[in-house]
Design a protein around this ligand. Sequence first.
Ligand code: ZN
Length: 294
Amino acid sequence: MKLIRFGQPGKENPGIQLPNGKRIDVSAFGEDYTEQFFGSNGLSRLRHWLEGHQETCPEIAPDTRLGPCIARPSKIVCIGLNYAAHAAESGMAAPSEPVIFFKASSSLCGPNDPVIIPKGGEKTDWEVELAVIIEKKASYVPEAEAMDYVAGYALHNDYSERSFQLERGGQWVKGKSCDSFAPLGPFLATKDEVPDPHNLELWLKVNGELMQNSNTADFIFNIPHLVSYVSHFMALLPGDVISTGTPFGVGLGLTPPRYLKPGDIVELGIDGLGTAHQEAIGYEAFIASKPQER
Ligand code: ZN
């Protein structure tokens, strides 16, 4: 199954993207894609419900806004430097253990929403990533069982304001958590739809120019290792996100570095997980267009 959410920000409804590309409204199922949904066997309950109800679900107009493909999770855990070539371009050694950090869950947004360059930000950068969504509570999970805890996968852009991340002291979270810095989707593909998550092409373009183009085969730490590893430091809850790190080709790694300007268009995709696009907008311009968001 491919799970989508659609409608106005904060008021999204659940839907399904069918194999033929049509999107249908499954609000009648009565549950959003929350921690409660994933943790109560929601995927198999929804699959079963669809068998009897799919024909009666309304189709969603193609131009409808997509929200993030899951409701706000308890946490977004990110893996740093999980591709050797990206570690090198960042001037850092390949880690001997996974580097982990958080993004605020409030940074979550729809896959095609604008990316807001934060107030005072001048080094907003892109990071195409494969996101793993957790299905059931995972605590001290052995690597051999880790895939049993995975609901599925989604396309993620781990936006980063490098000046906040690297020049303002302390931990990376400041540069990772601004509103709109975690566009997730277009859809969550359940894991049965992705036979080999360790062989997926992923790419990102800025204004049509290919900046990142790699394959998850280049992971330093694979998905079972990451799920198991993180679960030894915190409980992963249903619906939580682990973003598995970005490959070579971020703006920080260019000579000279290149960062987003208002009007820039970022497009990205992963094999089998769809594509997304985000237009960069300055904070002041965003607020002028949406004063209620201040
Ligand atoms: Zn990242």
